[in-house]
Design a protein around this ligand. Structure first.
Ligand SMILES: [Mn+2]
Length: 360
């Protein structure tokens, strides 16, 4: 599997006239790409790939783990980055080396890469994000598993919900349950935003108590086997006003319409518009304040973006979120999010938690 990914990277290097590709992973800065290409899960790695060789370097914490995970005998990082790179890179003057400009610090760029006067370092993160975009059968399986873990944990947490518990208590139980059901971690800081806090699309759980008459936006995910799920449900507590219900139903209608419309070969901007138009027709256009969704995989947010101006064309093998929302400042929020796989004849929804408004 990893050999095949390296082979595909080399083909892309060829098409961009790159002689080598360099990954610098410090404190997890490039963990997803490092993992994707070699299977290494540690926080520190230097990977140098030419058309006929690959060098993997890590430090003493990881040498044993690295050899097991990558099947490559690692070189030991001993001195400092610029020295080690001088020893590794052996190319003729003028050689072109691709690197991930989005994950490297400006310090490393200015002090290390720029010090190599004989080589040209070329930003080339696209090579890997393009490869990572199309999910394999195994990756699809991992994301489905992460979704199942998250959904089981949500059910368990809802089953023990008590009015008056704080958002943090709810989030803590949810995260604990995800671990119990097999998650290696949670995918991102859990959002539990009740009542007026629901209007903060990224309102991470606070000390606020969850009260009767409130809607609660719960946006969370599990991280397992290196992959993430990302799901949002909005639930009601006690009684629901007509306005709350109407807004919920409008978001649901927009979300289902986008799922129905999702297929390969369409502009992602057009998919975003399917949901956005429905919310606008319902009178809440200005309150849907973010993009429809995003790619999902080794990272919670990755290629492709699904936003209203996106010119990107959907492809079989994309896994994206579909998550419209309405946020009334100081009053309430509603968001509903599923993870979907673009297939030959539409899309497959990987999350399955009920979307009828749950009233606790
Ligand atoms: Mn999301």
């Amino acid at each position: 599997m990893f050999e095949n990914r390296i082979k595909k990277l080399r083909e892309k290097m060829e098409s961009k006239n790159l002689d080598a590709y360099l990954i610098i992973n410090i404190e997890n800065s490039s963990k997803p790409s490092s993992y994707y290409l070699t299977g290494f899960t540690g926080s520190f790695s230097i990977i140098y790939i030419t058309h006929n060789d690959i060098i993997f370097m890590t430090d003493g914490r990881y040498t044993e783990q690295a050899e097991k995970q990558t099947g490559i005998k690692p070189l030991l990082f001993k001195t400092k980055l610029s020295e080690e790179l001088k020893n590794i890179i052996n190319l003729p003057k003028g050689a072109k080396i691709g690197f991930e400009s989005t994950t490297i610090s400006s310090n490393i760029y200015l002090k290390v890469l720029k010090s190599f006067e004989n080589y040209e370092f070329i930003p080339a993160e696209d090579l890997i994000t393009e490869l990572r975009r199309t999910k394999s059968e195994e990756e699809i399986k991992f994301i489905k598993e992460a979704a199942i873990i998250a959904e089981k944990a949500l059910q368990e947490t809802l089953d023990t919900f008590i009015v008056g518990m704080t958002e943090k208590e709810f989030a803590a139980k949810l995260e604990y349950n995800m671990r119990l059901f097999g998650a290696d971690n949670y995918a991102f800081e859990t959002i539990v935003a009740s009542g007026f806090r629901g209007a903060l699309p990224h309102g991470i759980a606070s000390d606020k108590k969850i009260e009767n008459g409130e809607l609660v936006v719960i946006d969370f995910g599990a991280y397992a086997n290196g992959y993430n799920s990302d799901i949002t449900r909005t639930i009601a507590v006690g009684n629901v006003s007509e306005k709350q219900r109407n807004i919920y139903e409008l978001v649901l209608k927009a979300q289902m319409a986008a799922i129905d419309a999702a297929k390969s070969g369409m502009r992602y901007g057009d998919l975003d518009k399917v949901a956005r138009n429905i919310i606008a027709e319902g009178g809440y256009g200005e309150y849907f304040t973010h993009s429809l969704g995003h790619g999902l995989g080794l990272e919670v947010h990755e290629n492709p973006r699904v936003s209203k101006n996106s010119e990107l064309i959907s492809m079989v093998g994309d896994i994206i979120t579909i998550e419209p929302g309405i946020y009334l400042p100081g009053e309430l929020g509603v968001r509903i999010e599923d993870d979907v796989l673009i297939t030959n004849d539409g899309c497959e929804v990987l999350t399955s938690f009920d979307k009828k408004l749950i009233i606790l």
